[in-house]
Design a protein around this ligand. Structure first.
Ligand code: 91O
Length: 290
């Protein structure tokens, strides 16, 4: 039987899938071309099966204290994320355009507006961003995260890979780990990326505030933008968590941030969430308003 040589690409409705442009624990993001409007999009491809399996074994720990009802199953979490994304509308938050979901199919396709610049910085790097450029991008990220907090949502996985650059502005991406701030029993658990995770993420849920944890991750992200590396690194999540909890913030080697920036970073990377800078304090800080 000679199989007719399928074309070298996949066609999904009006979208032609092109090369992968993003990859993560969530799955893969491919460039997609929409023939109807002659426009490129970012197509995030999720596997329902993988989501089910992941939550079963390694998914988010169930709320330490009984939250409202049982934690939704992973697929419901994705549909909830989609519902959240659809109601969000802010210049500094990625725009979900449409969802392609064939119940008979394992794959779930999320179509986003394309941010052609990709992540603001890939770390580690020997070529970090200048303070001037970091300030420009960081201000956008702050506005995006402030908008999420206003919508009672904590992002919970802020990092450079989730700050995407499009027509000279930054948008916050990936609400895959987000948590409703209002949700009782605040599932602190271990979501997000270890190097960017707040020290209190492992604390009992009642000590955990989604907003304060996002400020911490924004601080680690700003540190990474100006130095090209993360402030604490470890070969395992446990070792890393120990360093994050105990080691002071230092600025080794080449890059010496300005006094104002070092002060802002120290305020955002305060290990005690109770005294850590709030979103308003960060917005009013002299390094930001300069
Ligand atoms: C070099 O040029 C490039 C242009 C664009 C990209 C890119 O877009 C990458 C990831 N994109 C996304 C990821 C998301 O989650 C993980 C979400 C979400 O779920 O919110 C949305 C988007 Cl768009 C990469 C390289």
């Amino acid at each position: 039987v000679s199989l007719a040589q399928a074309p070298g690409y996949v066609q999904l409705n009006q979208y032609r899938l092109l090369e992968p442009i993003g990859q993560g624990s969530y799955g893969i993001v491919k460039l997609a071309y929409n023939e109807e409007d002659d426009t490129h999009y970012a197509m995030k491809i999720l596997s329902k099966r993988k989501l089910m399996r992941r939550a079963g074994l390694f998914g988010r720990a169930p709320p330490r204290r009984p939250g409202p009802g049982p934690p939704p199953d992973p697929l419901q979490r994705v549909y909830r994320e989609i519902a959240v994304l659809k109601k969000l509308d802010h210049p500094n938050v990625v725009k979900l355009v449409e969802v392609l979901d064939d119940p008979a199919e394992d794959h779930l396709y999320l179509v986003f507006q394309l941010l052609e610049g990709g992540p603001v910085i890939d770390i580690p790097t020997e070529n970090p961003l200048s303070e001037h450029l970091s300030r420009k991008y960081f201000r956008d990220a702050l506005l995006g995260v402030e908008y999420l907090h206003y919508q009672r949502i904590a992002h919970r996985d802020i990092k450079p890979a989730n700050l995407l650059l499009g027509e000279d502005r930054v948008q916050v991406a990936d609400l895959g780990a987000c948590g409703e701030l209002a949700a009782a029993g605040r599932v602190s658990g271990t979501v997000g990326t270890p190097a960017f995770r707040a020290p209190e993420a492992a604390a009992p849920a009642d000590k955990y505030s989604g907003e304060a944890a996002d400020i911490w991750s924004l601080g680690v992200t700003l540190y990474a933008m100006v130095t090209g590396k993360v402030p604490w690194a470890g070969s395992s999540a446990v070792e890393l968590q120990k360093k994050v909890l105990s080691e002071p913030l230092t600025f080794p080697g080449r890059v010496q941030p300005s006094k104002q920036l070092r002060h802002l970073l120290a305020r955002m990377l305060d290990k005690d969430p109770a005294t850590r800078a709030t979103m308003q304090e960060v917005k009013d800080h002299e390094w930001i308003t300069d």
